[in-house]
Design a binder for this molecule. Structure first.
Ligand code: SF4
Length: 211
């Protein structure tokens, strides 16, 4: 991969969730579905019909292509509302997520990266956006403040660095591995198992089987 390559915005979430997962997907091109990724895909299929409409004076664009030369990222916005403000339109990105709100800020970072793309494309500040959670059917407004922008830039920098290095980090078994779609490929249990025979004994005893 060349240094100048643009990377997918969606990869920021992988990088923030687990750098090994990020490298497996974006360096080694491994992908696996689990029930969480399938549910997420179905939710996006519902909203990912390209096009635009107007509702209560707000223009709404769906599946809008995005690109940031600053972050060197590309992707799509699920929904962008264009709100009238002092005679101009201000983009307001809305990202759809399955499940409910998480304690970490991965979703906010992805939304912020979309906003930075929109700022470059439309030449206006995008101070806010929203996350829509499918499980709770709740929409959460997000302030795209300096702290979040800094976290987004840092995530993008680290994502590019990982891709340049092209090395997949070793597994580290953590509670989040339970929900990782790449768990069976990654085999994080090996990181806590000093030799293969012990691992095989645990495997035979069914200790690693999914819920
Ligand atoms: S199973 Fe755990 S260590 Fe392996 S890729 Fe997933 S989150 Fe990372």
């Amino acid at each position: 991969m060349e240094t100048d390559d643009y990377l997918p915005i969606s990869g920021l979430q992988h990088q923030l969730f687990c750098e090994r997962q990020c490298a497996l997907i974006h360096v080694e091109q491994v992908w696996a579905e689990n029930h969480l990724t399938v549910e997420g895909k179905h939710l996006h299929e519902k909203v990912d019909k390209p096009g635009s409409q107007e509702r209560k004076g707000v223009r709404i664009a769906r599946r809008l292509p995005l690109r940031s030369d600053h972050l060197k990222l590309t992707g799509f916005a699920d929904v962008v509302e264009f709100h009238a403000d002092a005679g101009r339109e201000v983009p307001f990105p809305v990202e759809y997520k399955r499940g409910k709100r998480k304690s970490w800020r991965h979703d906010e970072v992805q939304l912020c990266a979309q906003a930075i793309c929109l700022e470059e494309a439309f030449g206006v500040a995008v101070p806010r956006g929203a996350l829509f959670y499918g499980a709770s059917r709740r929409r959460l407004d997000v302030e795209l403040d300096e702290k979040l922008r800094g976290a987004t830039e840092a995530a993008a920098r680290r994502f590019h660095q990982l891709m340049r290095q092209g090395i997949t980090p070793p597994p580290v078994l953590l509670p989040k591995c339970q929900s990782c779609s790449l768990r069976t490929t990654c085999m994080p249990e090996l990181s806590h198992t000093p030799d293969a025979s012990a691992y095989l004994k645990k495997l035979a005893a069914g200790e690693f089987s999914d819920e």
